[in-house]
Design a protein around this ligand. Sequence first.
Ligand SMILES: CC(C)(COP(=O)(O)OP(=O)(O)OC[C@H]1O[C@@H](n2cnc3c(N)ncnc32)[C@H](O)[C@@H]1OP(=O)(O)O)[C@@H](O)C(=O)NCCC(=O)NCCS
Length: 194
Amino acid sequence: MTRALSTPPVIASGSLGGSPQPVLATTGGLLLRPWEEADAPAFLSAYQDDGIRRWHTRRPATEPQVREWFDAYRQDWKHEKGGHWAITRDGVEVLGRIALRGFDFDDGMASAAYWVLSAARGAGVASRSLLAVTTWALDEIGFHRLELDHSTRNPASCRVATKSGYLLEGTKRSAAVHDDGRHDMHLHARVRGD
Ligand SMILES: CC(C)(COP(=O)(O)OP(=O)(O)OC[C@H]1O[C@@H](n2cnc3c(N)ncnc32)[C@H](O)[C@@H]1OP(=O)(O)O)[C@@H](O)C(=O)NCCC(=O)NCCS
């Protein structure tokens, strides 16, 4: 009789990176697709927005740097570290960004992140996109737990999380550096079966 040498991973290594990153549809007709070179100007200009600058401290400064980020995103997918999607109308116009990062296949975990361009806010773009990647990850791929954190001073992000079924689990004290200093961070998670 052969014995397993360790606890089997929740998701088998090699199950994602060998296939193209999928395009995901949200309710209401948005398309989440991989970033394309032509998105670089829109991506760069998003980081000129005060709301996005406030909550996202790692920011690209030039279009070549954006293209390096896009390349890193492709590598993340290939090496099964994460998935990064442009939130688009009709696959063309970029409305925002959504990502699942830190793929941990052993425990079946990943972390969500997002921003939406100011002109597209307040219409459910973030929450519909978060629901689409969540359904894909939990129901199609077999992830078990998806986490999301945000500054306790960012109530809009807290609302997106709770609307999308990510329960508030607690507050990580002094957990992230922002431009104006350290912030406490809410930890939310959605677990399969919630
Ligand atoms: C947070 C953000 C992604 C939300 O995007 P969005 O597409 O407008 O989100 P949705 O429309 O799906 O939902 C927003 C919810 O927040 C609520 N909201 C907005 N501003 C709020 C505020 N100041 N206080 C409380 N709730 C607020 C909206 O009313 C809505 O809830 P409702 O549907 O119950 O009315 C967007 O505002 C953004 O990109 N902000 C800047 C960057 C950022 O905060 N990124 C997240 C870092 S963790």
